[in-house]
Structures are given as structure tokens and as C-alpha cells.
Design a protein around this ligand. Structure first.
Ligand SMILES: [Zn+2]
Length: 357
């Protein structure tokens, strides 16, 4: 079963590039706006085979993916933004690009980036070509545009939230290094606390499980569908055992089609797959940003970034914005001690509530 226990295999390094990583297989940027230009043949372009979709084409309203590397200066000018500013040269060059919505910092040669001070991950590392920053088109489309140019996520009254307390029953999740209690217990308590806070804020909240039962991942997705959920949030705690040092908060959303994931946990990361939840790529990211920012503020814990994964069975079938949050490491003594206190779990619940106001 997927995600039987939360554990993070460190996969911060860029994933291996596919064998066909060459300009000769470059796919023309079909439907790409004139603001993007294909770069010279010396530049690598990621080929993307035709998208294999599980969603009827009529249900997909997203623009065609942009597959060309694009000058960030050109993109900024076309969107009436100031040119990116170089903010450091050493040890690595980094650039800031700012819109009225906030600033994103891009590091040359690294997928790690930040948005309004929050850690997040690009699909591909920015490059310098002819003294200019170049960004892969899918990153512009899936990471920069939703945050720098898009409208913020708005929540109308009477919305339905499905909260998913991770694990349950024989699927215990990970366990606390401090007292051995299981992740399933902490996630259910966290969900109950969020529900009691949100019902007074105009939300209708359902939990995929309200007791210590083992609900399959597919039934959690079906539950959200049956309850006409507008949003879906899966709640987890993390483990890096036997590593006791790793700590911090992580927020996951589904990897956009054509991009490598931040975390694969050993699963095949088929870039070309398109899942129903990919129709909500922009909303997923915006929801992840709100939750991640609020959780960092509320918990005071380390920022391990907004991340992408495509193996999480509770996310990929969702026909609504959906994210999975890891509210700290039960394999880290200091965090496990905090997580086992009701006061800290209340803080985490208040953080989720704050993100949805
Ligand atoms: Zn978990």
C-alpha cells in the first residue's frame, strides 16, 4: 500500500535526467506565447512525450505546456515586471524577481527556490545563458505564474473541506521516538481540533475517518468526491528514522505533468503521467503556500519547503485542490516532544484554520 508510514528518504538532489535529454528531441513549444523563445542548439531542452491523460480532454482546460527555456528578463518585461535583480554572486549566483504579490529568489543551478521567504522547489534548475537567467517553461507556467501573477486563492462562504487524518487501524504510520505513540493517533487529534475551529468559521468539515479505522487511500479520495469537497487536506507527521536530527515542516502537492518530483520515496516518477488532480496545479500550489506559511508561523519549526510528489495516492485522484502536510518529525526528539502535547497540536490546528480564512 502506498504511504503506509510517513518516512522521508532525503531526495533533495536533482533527479537524474532522462537519457533523451538532448536538443535533437526537442519538442516545439506548441501553443507557447511569443514571449518564450527557444534557445540556441547548445542549450538543453527537455523533451516531453505526448501527455497520457486519465482525464477526458474536455475536462482539461489548462494551456498547453511551455517546453522552451525562456529568458527571465524577457518574461518579466512581457508581464510588466522589473527585471530580475542579482542578489548574490558567491557561492552561487541568485536572482530575485518581484511582482506586487511577492518576491521569488532563484538560485542558478539549483532547484531550491523561495517564495516570500518560504522554501519551495522548481522542476528544473535555472541557468545562465548569454548573461541572462533562463527558466524552463513549465516552471514559469506552474511555479512562477501562479504565485507572481495569479490571483490569490479565495474561499467563499459555505465551502466544504475534507480533512484526512493520515493512517488508522492497523496502518499505524510512524511512531514517536519519545513515547512510541503512533502517528495515526496524532493526525486524528489534529483533524478533530481543526474541525472544531473551522465550524465556527463557515466551513463544513468532514473527516475521512473519525475513529481508529483503516481507510484505504482510494476510499479517502472517494469520500472527498461523495462529500463534494472543495478542498482536501491530508494530515501527517514525518519520520527520518534512524536519523534523529532531521526536523521541520513539509507541505506536498502533486507534481505537474512533465516535471520531476521533489520526493519519489523509491516510486517510479513518470513525468508524463497526468492525473485528475493535475487540473488544479495552480490552486494546489497556492493552497500549499498558504498552509505552509501558516504552519511555519504557528509551529516555529524549520522550513523544509513546499514539495512535489506524484506517488501520494490520496492526492493524485482528487478533483479539487489537495495538499498533504507533514507537521513535524516524530523521529526527532525535540519535535516529537512538542507533537505529543495537546498545546502544540492546537497550535498546528490554529495554523491550518488561519490559512483557510
Ligand atoms: Zn503519514
Amino acid at each position: 500500500m502506498l504511504l503506509t508510514g510517513c518516512s522521508t528518504v532525503p531526495t533533495d538532489n536533482a533527479e537524474p535526467l532522462p537519457g533523451e535529454w538532448s536538443v535533437t528531441n526537442a519538442v516545439p513549444a506548441a501553443g507557447a506565447p511569443k514571449t518564450s523563445r527557444s534557445v540556441k542548439p547548445a542549450v538543453r531542452i527537455v523533451p516531453i512525450p505526448p501527455v497520457q491523460t486519465n482525464v477526458p480532454p474536455s475536462k482539461i482546460s489548462q494551456p498547453a505546456p511551455i517546453l522552451a527555456w525562456t529568458s527571465l528578463n524577457r518574461w518579466a518585461a512581457d508581464n510588466k515586471l522589473s527585471a530580475p535583480r542579482k542578489i548574490s554572486s558567491s557561492p552561487v549566483a541568485s536572482y530575485a524577481i518581484t511582482s506586487p504579490k511577492g518576491t521569488m529568489v532563484l538560485v542558478i543551478g539549483s532547484r531550491e527556490t523561495s517564495w516570500r521567504g518560504l522554501g519551495m522547489h522548481l522542476g528544473f534548475a535555472p541557468e545562465i545563458i548569454d548573461d541572462q537567467v533562463y527558466i524552463y517553461g513549465l516552471d514559469l507556467q506552474k511555479n512562477l505564474e501562479p504565485l507572481l501573477l495569479g490571483e490569490p486563492l479565495a474561499f467563499s462562504p459555505n465551502r466544504v473541506l475534507v480533512l484526512d487524518p493520515g493512517h488508522g487501524g492497523v496502518n499505524v504510520g510512524t511512531h514517536s521516538l519519545v513515547d512510541g505513540r503512533f502517528e495515526k493517533e496524532f493526525t486524528l487529534d489534529w483533524a478533530r481540533r481543526i474541525k472544531s475551529l473551522l465550524v465556527t468559521n463557515g466551513w463544513t468539515v468532514f473527516l475521512t475517518r473519525t475513529n481508529d479505522s483503516d481507510v484505504s487511500l482510494s476510499n479517502r479520495v472517494a469520500f472527498a468526491e461523495a462529500h463534494h469537497a472543495d478542498l482536501f487536506i491530508s494530515l501527517h507527521f514525518n519520520s527520518a528514522a534512524p536519523d534523529k536530527k532531521q526536523n521541520g515542516v513539509e507541505t506536498y502537492c502533486l507534481t505537474p505533468t512533465g516535471m520531476p518530483s521533489t520526493l519519489t520515496r523509491g516510486f517510479n516518477d513518470a513525468w508524463t503521467n497526468r492525473f485528475p488532480n493535475n487540473a488544479f496545479d495552480a490552486e494546489n500550489l497556492k493552497l500549499a503556500v498558504r498552509l505552509h506559511a501558516a504552519l511555519l508561523r504557528g509551529s516555529g519549526e524549520e522550513d523544509r519547503g513546499i514539495r512535489r510528489a506524484r506517488f501520494m495516492g490520496v492526492l493524485l485522484g482528487q478533483k479539487r485542490p489537495a495538499v498533504l502536510v507533514e507537521g513535524g518529525y516524530l523521529s526527532n526528539t525535540r519535535e516529537a516532544e512538542k507533537i505529543q502535547t495537546p498545546q502544540f497540536r492546537q497550535k498546528l490546528a490554529e495554523a491550518v484554520t488561519a490559512a483557510l480564512k
